[in-house]
Design a protein around this ligand. Sequence first.
Ligand SMILES: [Zn+2]
Ligand SMILES: [Zn+2]
Length: 373
Amino acid sequence: MAKKPLLEFTDKGIYCAQGKFYVDPWKPVDDAVITHAHADHAYFGHKHYLAHHLSREVLLYRLGPINLQTVEYGEKVMKNGVEISLFPAGHVIGSAQIRLEYKGEVWVVSGDYKTEDDGISTPFEPVKCHHFISECTFGMPVYQWKPQVQIFDDINNWWRTNLYNGVATVLVGYSLGKAQRILQNLDLSNGKVYTHGVIENTNEALRRNGVLLNPTERITADTPKEEVRKGIILAPPSSVGTPWMRKFGPYSFGYCSGWMAIRGAKRRRAADRGFVLSDHADWDGLISAIDATGCECVYLTHGYTATFTRYLNEIGFNAREVHTLYGGEEEDEATPQSSPGENEPIDNSQTNEVKVLSFGEDLGEAEASGGEI
Ligand SMILES: [Zn+2]
Ligand SMILES: [Zn+2]
């Protein structure tokens, strides 16, 4: 009889029967190991959570009081003979790949990851394993990121132009990850950084966790519009098209997302500028990351799984498509649901089934993005 695999894909999430725990489960379980604090990975309702210590305050802010154990990268936790350790995923601050070892067999669950060093998240570290469960949000050749220094040059120049023209600058990116990455790479000699409450709450949680972020000022009802125009406004996807945003007019509105790489995305967001900036690996990043694990088998979740799985098998990997509920509502990085023919061919086979709960303020962001672009 064939040996039972260490990890199984169940209707609650990725399950380790030997250790009796789940990785990023989407239904309430007793024991959850969490890759990162985005809402499609860190759900409310588990009895026990294990995560990286830099996810701590954001998890508590988003989920309220939970029973949370945190560890450093590389620190080992044993559960019924299964050794669990976390390695940097480079996706957002505190994001981790989960390495599991039992009787010499090693599995790694990537969570979301990117291979470029964004200057704020601990950089992605390849981990050798036999079985690798990888996301592939941007698993299409059309997705090739430029180095972020080029993108931030564009952003800073656009900001300067707006200052010169006397219009406000509104830059949209999701509240955990993108907002902090932008904040740390803006040219602050241009002016001050003003933040929407959802972003500032996340910044405050990270600062409580000891993360050093550039200074920001929360926008309140009393913040003078003329002052805000001299700086830059960081706003979440949920604020697009709301009265909150309109009150800063006239403004130029920029949108940061990997989806900006495809035609039509900027227009559908009604953005003046689309900046191709993603916290997920691009096509080359995915392939190099998978290759670096030396794995015997790779399981693909999140995004263009069918296309990407087919391609990996063609070039000699042993790849399988697996069904999870990830990627449904991670704010603007949700899987696109575009009309056929308008963009590159898109595999929507997974997104139709995605129904993901959200909580607190992020509900607005998820709804606002809705997975469309
Ligand atoms: Zn994520
Ligand atoms: Zn995700």
